[in-house]
Ligand binder design. Structure first.
Ligand SMILES: [Zn+2]
Length: 436
């Protein structure tokens, strides 16, 4: 385990913070394993010293590892080659080191944040992770979303024709745009996942247009240059020479598209994600729900007409503690990667395998919701990007486990999205290039 206490507090530079964590990047003397890493620390509200002492005692039996680290190393690393995952490592902390760090770093934090909270000195552990946005490079974060059309077997006569024509993202975007929650987007994930150079290029171009029009508020594309999140008014900062004002916006967009296209056509990551999504979500939520109801009705205490309907994924006599722990997840991955899984007949799923299908669906949701970070050189106008980097620099992030108590909500949302799309007369044709 890396001994962070041997680094000086001034070796760390404040990068950013969210509601729960603060991120610092390593800028100290070149040293393995800290080079190219960020430190993620938990924050806490400003508290009375007595409360802090109690918390400190309660941390003595803190879980051995951050759940995200455990889930990534024990599950996702078996499905996605580790070279495409960020390194995540637990580091041990102590309160004295953290207090000194806070003294040095607090002046760099926004005033509004400093009044609210600070680094949690009572924590014994932090996370050391690959720094994916720092350095003299361009980092592009894409949230691709659902990369497949469902299999028809378990769709109803009403939803089938709609779901087999228009992909889930395009339908959902239509609903969100109607409600004023999003801009209408031309981006279709099936283009991005297609492996066809013209379609991938179109997907990048459409993402850029929405990023630009929405003033970078869409969450499917984020662009960082030299570690800084960019706004569309700062496109020149994507250039290796930010002072070069000779290029029009179109020039920069075209250089961006060609750089990203080069990385995305060479990486296996998109194919891996799309294949995982479709092999984990084999029944569609409709098929999963009908299997759930069939399983309920096969249980003696629930078979009668008067038995209350138990919503999808909710605790029931045959599923007493639905939320999977890390052991459940590991067991599931064993099954998923074994001949058991390839021997299942998804056209006629069996009630006894309900737990397998529930966990598979949850894991597909993780993969539908993750993001990728593409790292490439800063742009040079007038040069086409055909240079292949030595290392494939596409990394999958945000692979957190999803909870069973979401399934019921997702089932309702699915129906709502398809109904709204139908009622709105939507008829976009999305082509799934990998449809088997
Ligand atoms: Zn689509």
């Amino acid at each position: 385990m890396a001994n962070i206490l041997k680094t000086h507090q001034s070796d760390w530079k404040y990068v950013s913070e969210g509601g729960a964590t603060i991120v610092l990047s390593y800028i100290g003397p070149s040293r393995i394993p800290f080079d190219g890493k960020v430190l993620r620390l938990r924050k806490s509200k400003r508290q009375h010293p007595e409360v802090v002492d109690q918390l400190r005692d309660s941390r003595l039996d803190e879980a051995p590892d951050d759940p995200t680290i455990d889930f990534q190393s024990k599950c996702m690393a078996r499905l996605i080659p580790p070279e495409h995952l960020p390194d995540l490592e637990t580091v041990l902390l102590d309160d004295h080191w953290l207090e000194q760090l806070a003294l040095l770093q607090d002046p760099h934090r926004p005033q509004s944040r400093r009044e609210e909270d600070g680094i949690d000195f009572t924590r014994k552990k932090g996370v050391l992770a690959t720094d994916l946005i720092g350095g003299n490079e361009l980092s592009v974060e894409i949230k691709p979303k659902w990369g497949f059309l469902p299999q028809p077997a378990h769709l109803s006569l009403d939803t089938g024709p709609i779901k087999l024509r228009t992909c889930r993202f395009c339908m959902h975007n239509n609903l969100r745009a109607q409600r004023g929650q999003s801009l209408p987007m031309k981006y279709c994930p099936l283009d991005l996942f297609s492996g066809d150079i013209n379609r991938v290029s179109k997907a990048i171009s459409n993402l850029w247009d929405s990023w630009s029009k929405s003033e970078s508020t869409i969450n499917n594309l984020k662009i960082f240059a030299r570690g800084k999140l960019l706004h569309p008014s700062q496109v020149n900062e994507m250039l290796s020479d930010p002072g070069d004002t000779s290029g029009s916006l179109d020039h920069i967009k075209s250089a961006f598209t060609s750089a990203l296209l080069c990385c995305l056509m060479q990486t296996p990551v998109l194919q891996i994600l799309s294949k995982l999504q479709r092999t984990l979500d084999v029944l569609d939520i409709e098929g999963l729900s009908s299997l759930w109801r069939r399983t309920l009705s096969s249980h003696p205490s629930l078979a009668s007409e008067s038995a209350p309907a138990i919503p999808l994924g909710v605790s029931s006599p045959f599923l007493s503690s639905p939320e999977p722990n890390i052991i459940d997840w590991e067991t599931f991955i064993d099954s998923f990667l074994s001949p058991f899984s390839s021997g299942l007949d998804h056209l006629q799923p069996k009630a006894e395998n309900i737990r397998y299908y529930l966990l598979a669906y949850l894991l597909s949701a993780t993969v539908k919701d993750c993001s990728i970070i593409v790292r490439t050189d800063l742009l040079q106008l007038g040069k086409t990007s055909s240079k292949r980097k030595n290392t494939d620099s596409v990394t999958v992030i945000d692979l957190d486990p999803k909870k069973m108590d979401k399934l019921n909500k997702w089932e309702k949302l699915d129906a709502e999205i398809v109904n709204a799309y139908h009622n709105n007369g939507g008829s976009k044709i999305c082509i799934d290039a990998w449809r088997g």
